[in-house]
Design a protein around this ligand. Sequence first.
Ligand code: NDP
Ligand SMILES: N[C@@H](CC=O)C(=O)O
Length: 855
Amino acid sequence: MKQESSTLSKVNNDSSIVNNEFIEHDFVAQGTAENKLAKHAIQVHKFGGSSLATSECIKRVLEIIRANCQLNDIVVVSANGKTTDSLFAIYSLVERTIAEQEKQLSDEITAAISVLAQSQAQLITELLNANNSKQLLCQLDKDISQLTTWLAADIAQHKNDILAFGEVWSARLFSALLNEQVCPSNFIDARDFLVIDNEQSGLVDNATSAAQLRQRRQFGKLAVITGYISQDSRGTSCTLGRNGSDYSATIIAALVAASNVTLWTDVDGIYSADPRVVPSARKLHRLPNGVAKELGRLGNPVLHAKTLLPLINPLSEHHTHLHVASSFDAQVIGTEIGKFGQIAKQELSVTYLNDLLLAQSVSFTGDCAAKARAEFAPICMDDQQGFMVITQAQQKSLSHWLASHDVEITFKPVAIIATVGHRVAERGDIKARFKRSLKTAKPLQLVGGDNSHSVIAILPEPCSIELLNKVHHEMTKDARHIGLVVAGMGNIGERFLSLLPAQLNNVYALENLHLVGLLSSKKALINNDGIDVNQATSLFAQQAIAYDNDQLISWLTQHPYDELIVVDITPSEDFSLLYERIFALGIHIIGANKWAASSSTQAYNKLVNTADSHNSLWLGNTTVGAGLPINYAIDDLRQSGDSISELSGIFSGTLSWLFETYDGSVKFSTLLLNALAQGITEPDPREDLSGRDVQRKLLILARKAGFELALEDIDCQNLVPEALQRLSLEDFLSRANELDDYFASALSEATSKAACIRYVARFQYNANAITGNNPAGISAKVSLEVLPKNDPFANLIPGDNIFKINSRWYQDNPLIIQGPGAGRDVTAGGLHSDLVKICQQLAHKQNQVKIKGMS
Ligand SMILES: NC(=O)C1=CN([C@@H]2O[C@H](COP(=O)(O)OP(=O)(O)OC[C@H]3O[C@@H](n4cnc5c(N)ncnc54)[C@H](OP(=O)(O)O)[C@@H]3O)[C@@H](O)[C@H]2O)C=CC1
Ligand SMILES: N[C@@H](CC=O)C(=O)O
């Protein structure tokens, strides 16, 4: 399991450097906790312009840094808000006035510069203390006068220097703010280390850049580096183009072999389609590198193919993962891009591009085709039929290139829509589904992408929102991936797991269910890529490792599934105490464990409310009657307007089996050990004999029936003698014969009255019985009763339960549910029934798309 590493809560300023080695420090936390920073793999965090647009946004980013960064990490920043756009607008305005041969900067330009300077000055004064803001304002003044000089005289040579101010101001301010409020930090202008050959290719000189970056970084300080800008080998400022700061972040991550890059942005992940126009788009939690690259190439609004380039190095053993997360909602799990196993590879998405051109020429066949492909990197190409799809911007250069070959070319406006996923071009079923979904759009061609991760349809008309939604629906309608964690692999858990492979094969609702976690009390096996259900127990035996509850919760917090279900097949109170945290994470629980459902009124109500408010489902049909549908029956009665007045019966399979079998010929203790061996008792049979298990069951049913009561409100007769109550389980079992005399005499007394003994649960609500002593009008007890031999509760098949419900609809003629109420098969079967129910409900749940000003 992933070990959480410590983060920056607050660090002091006296970090030291010895032989360029980062020394561990004890840093004093801002709150009460101590925070010890250890050496760790470097992470790069990149914050986009909208994440740094206002003082409020910047303060939010500071919190993200505190929670997620450590000292030798790297922060890459874009310009604040729209600063680069403003600089570009000013530059263009000046360019135009030069064309008009005006010598002086116009009032309009001067005003625009002043607005820009003021907005930067405002950020500085709002965020920094007086001393620091004075220093930064002074530097800003110098920059503004340099900017004005370049604009007035040297504009052509300094275009990139002018555009670079945005990132410089942003990084300088952010570094100062970190120094003032969070940790030691140093500001680095990327032009001082990042060397590319030229702006067109953007190819990085890795060796030089890495060596120069090593010199610039200061150990013990969080580096804040400008995104978007670099220099060429002559030292001239260059920019890295559209989405250049994302590219900067991944270049830097590759230079320092970072373990992870997080792009903190204004969206909370990558979706299966653009969620601004496809409301049912689902978040892709994990994207394999190649698929992500193809998505970026084919129009994903968040990812750009170039961003991933530095991270995909097939020759390197090192793999940097990329995360996309929202700086506006840092708790929400975003998308992770990297190397994954099978489950992540099943995700499909749909993307589109309009305003393209279909270019046809004989030059796109035969030998020339490869050259054309290398030269223009078309969106798609068919070298048999001689066509390629290109952007409109490429038209001129393609015509020019073909002119030199002296061949003809025709262009036709087209659009594309593509389905993207791991090796989809090799999947006949997916291609057929895609084709069917496009029938009305009459695509001109269907082409496989170069890397087989996409199938592209060329459309004669622009792709409409309706078409996009329709195709997306067809391609992803069954694609909600559900993770399953099984806690408890004992008597019932083992049977549950042995039934799982067949269930997954046979039940449609479980199609996208993946076993991802197995837990015992001390060990856990967690695998986000899925655990082979056919070998679950042996894999657990070989691979499970020790864990604690915090590690478990930390994994649950970060699980990559659309939904996660935890099946609690433990008898553990300790595990039941995790329910609240689990529900708060939006995770669903199926419990055979009775502790949570029979906890104190306050705890129970809190659990129900937490589950409700986080849309978490909680099923526990097997807590009472094992597989019998008693909980469902009570739910149904209530939902149909009925009100229940009495609940009674034999609620314990163990006690039913014991008392139906016990006729004095075999000792009671021998029967008890036999029941334990059959797996119908609780792990500790005293839980049954004490009446506690029945008491819990009666409480669970009474709560289901709508009554508010607690265990203490149910009288309980304990059949375990005082002397045996506190022994270890082993000692109790070895002294079980001490039970025999009591039961022999109870039986013979009943037999003498032509009666029998049964352990019965009774709950009654009577409005007329409400008194000062009994304000709820409730009476409830579980006890050993002497019943006439013909009583319906006295004639069960050993092990069966009987539930008698009296209600408004079933007053004189009660509703009876009867059948096996304990045992491996019926309980494991009941759990599977709950599992199918939850999966069916989840299949109808739509993703709730969160978009915060996606740009
Ligand atoms: N028997 C029946 O007919 C029915 C049983 N139930 C309920 O099913 C549950 C399981 O019963 P059963 O299979 O007989 O119990 P077992 O004792 O046979 O198995 C219990 C399992 O739970 C694990 N466990 C215990 N504590 C924890 C914990 N804190 N975290 C994770 N795992 C834990 C144990 O691990 P380890 O091995 O490490 O201790 C073991 O794998 C009980 O709650 C029972 O009331 C419900 C209906 C019917
Ligand atoms: N021990 C219990 C098992 C199911 O809850 C019983 O016998 O009913």
